[in-house]
Design a protein around this ligand. Structure first.
Ligand SMILES: *Cc1c(COP(=O)(O)O)cnc(C)c1O
Length: 242
């Protein structure tokens, strides 16, 4: 599965390294915004820090990044504990139902809501804590069998049910594009997510505002921005030790 096998021995980056990579990325992001007539401030960067250890998160924050994304609960918690109030925390990986209690109230956003059992558990825990949890519906647009995410055929029924859950707010949609030889081939996936956003917004369901699109990673973020991404999730290009 994409993003799971991470083999990095040096798990530290300096603030200067992150800053110089960020400067390069800013140019590419600005160019993608310009090509698609979008405003730079409508695209937010989530620094995906799964490649680095706790002390390096401080470097990332000092480089000026505020959104931090992690995909594994065990790795994420020590990072969250060390820098709790200094970042906005995004849980972006597959979330096991029995781990919901460790994430809720800590991670502001959950990007990987992809099944009813998970929604029920989030809603139940959030209710007990008096919270409303902003979630992204993960949709498997590409239909790749190895990927998590809702089957597009199930999305409509899913949101109808979710809209009755008072402690979940569907803030956006998330997808992962397949790894392809020609990055241009990811475009239909991102465009497909954007079309789902329009369809769902037209329904006008309570708690389903879907104003955000979480799409685009190191290899394909420019295409995702051109197709409407509001959150790009950048790991390798931004923080992975070289
Ligand atoms: C690892 C990961 C990313 C970032 O991947 P890069 O290609 O290193 O930028 C984004 N989203 C998810 C869900 C991930 O697991």
């Amino acid at each position: 599965m994409k993003g799971e096998s991470v083999e990095v021995t040096n798990r530290f980056v300096t603030q200067d390294e992150v800053k110089s990579r960020l400067a390069e990325l800013e140019e590419r992001i600005a160019a993608a915004c310009q090509r698609s007539n979008r405003k730079r401030e409508d695209v937010k960067i989530i620094a995906v820090t799964k490649y680095i250890d706790v002390p390096a998160i401080g470097e990332v924050l000092q480089a000026g990044l505020t959104h931090i994304g992690e995909n594994r609960v065990q790795d994420a918690l020590p990072k969250y504990e060390a820098y709790t109030d200094q970042a906005i925390w995004h849980f972006i990986g597959h979330l096991q139902t029995n781990k919901v209690k460790e994430v809720i109230g800590k991670f502001t956003y959950i990007h990987s809501l992809d099944r009813m059992s998970l929604a029920e558990e989030i809603n139940r825990r959030a209710q007990a804590m008096g919270l409303i949890v902003p979630c992204f519906l993960q949709i498997n647009i590409s239909g790749e069998e190895t990927k998590f995410g809702l089957d597009p055929n199930d999305v409509l029924a899913f949101v109808q049910e979710i809209s009755n859950m008072k402690h979940i707010s569907i803030k956006g949609l998330m997808t992962m594009a397949p790894i392809v030889d020609n990055v241009e081939d990811t475009r239909p996936v991102f465009r497909g997510l954007r079309q789902w956003q329009e369809r769902l917004q037209a329904l006008g369901l309570p708690n389903i505002t879907v104003e955000e699109l979480s799409m685009g990673m190191s290899g394909d973020f420019e295409i995702a921005i051109e197709e409407g991404a509001t959150f790009v999730r950048l790991g390798s290009v931004l923080v992975r030790p070289s």
